[in-house]
Design a protein. Structure first.
Length: 308
């Protein structure tokens, strides 16, 4: 069987692509590693997806999945082990099968890098978050910290300073990786009179403390080895993200961080291969932008196989 379209990845980008492609009459297979929803399914509350004032991430994922299934979506639960994309018929190999299609959408997502400290998984959604834009509002008037020294942590720190009572920026060095404009904005807020922002430099987090939810952290100063305890309601980790594109690095055009480069029609460097969602090089990684990518990619794939 040769599908019109194979979508790899069942997060919001992949599921939206499947809805648009099925509605356009395409024969679609979605290949997903775990469960539909991707990162969203692990998010406790979503309050920035239009139409839902507040919705559980798993519930939103299940709604998208149910909508696609109603349209007849076929799903294969498997890891893709190999891609063969240069011929007219695109092939993907899983552990037990080879699937073929006239077009392919890569909606592989990108996952936040983890701190790799004990108990990290236990506190996710219980005071520990990897997305300040998504979860910051749950920490109104609370004490939070953000870890990282890149653009994301600097921007998130400024964002959180407008919500939380107190924000600590924790960075492992004494100079920031983020660009000058972001460092300047951060420094301005840091130096304001009665600022609610403090920086803790040359320090790493070596322990997360708490029973059922995060209550604090242990920091180690890299210069003098001193260990200190910091009480917190929330910790945001912004130490970079990693797209799952290892298998594609010699096949497709990626940027220096491994994200897939596309044009505005979601076309990659290979004809008939499209990318959508967080795996793409883009400026705002949110559910709503992933859905938008998915819709565009599906219509582009439709036009491609119709010779448009
Ligand atoms: P990033 O630029 O990779 O920065 C990650 C930061 O986390 C670095 O400061 C790094 O420290 C630190 N870090 C890494 N591993 C760590 C660990 N295990 N423990 C403690 N700290 C650790 O990531 P990002 O800020 O998410 O940005 C990702 C990309 O998106 C970048 O290219 C960035 O420019 C871009 N971006 C741009 C904008 C914008 O232009 N407005 C906004 C957001 C993101 P070191 O510095 O010591 O390595």
């Amino acid at each position: 069987m040769i599908y019109d379209l194979i979508i790899v990845g069942g997060g919001p980008a992949g599921l939206t692509a499947s809805i648009y492609a099925l509605r356009a009459g395409m024969k679609v297979l979605l290949v997903e590693r775990m469960m539909p929803g991707g990162q969203v399914a692990q998010t406790t509350k979503i309050e920035n997806y239009p139409g839902f004032e507040s919705i559980d991430g798993l519930e939103l994922s299940m709604k998208m999945h149910a909508q696609a299934e109603k349209l007849g979506l076929e799903i294969e639960y498997a890891d893709v082990l190999e891609y063969e994309l240069n011929n007219e018929i695109k092939k993907i190999r899983t552990y037990s099968n080879v699937f073929e299609a006239k077009s392919l959408i890569l909606a592989l997502g990108a996952s936040a890098k983890q701190l790799n400290v004990a108990n990290e998984k236990k506190f996710i959604g219980r005071g520990l978050s990897y997305c300040a834009t998504c979860d910051g509002s749950f920490f109104k008037d609370k004490i939070v910290a953000i870890v990282g020294g890149g653009n994301t942590s600097l921007e998130d720190c400024i964002y959180l300073s407008g919500i939380a009572k107190k924000v600590y920026l924790i960075h492992r060095r004494d100079t920031f990786r983020g660009e000058q404009a972001n460092v300047a904005n951060f420094t301005k807020i840091l130096n304001q009179e009665n600022s609610n922002v403090s920086q803790i430099l040359n320090s790493t987090i070596i322990e997360l403390i708490g029973e059922n939810k995060l209550e604090g952290i242990i920091l180690e100063n890299k210069v003098n080895g001193e260990k200190t305890k910091l009480n917190l309601d929330g910790l945001f980790v912004a130490i970079g993200r990693k797209p799952d594109t290892e298998l594609l690095k010699d096949i497709l055009k990626l940027n220096s961080n491994g994200y897939i480069i596309t044009d505005e029609k979601m076309r990659t460097s290979i004809q008939g291969v499209f990318a959508a969602g967080d795996v793409r090089e883009k400026s705002l990684r949110q559910i709503v932008t992933a859905c938008s990518d998915g819709a565009i990619a599906a219509i582009s794939a439709f036009e491609f196989i119709k010779g448009g």
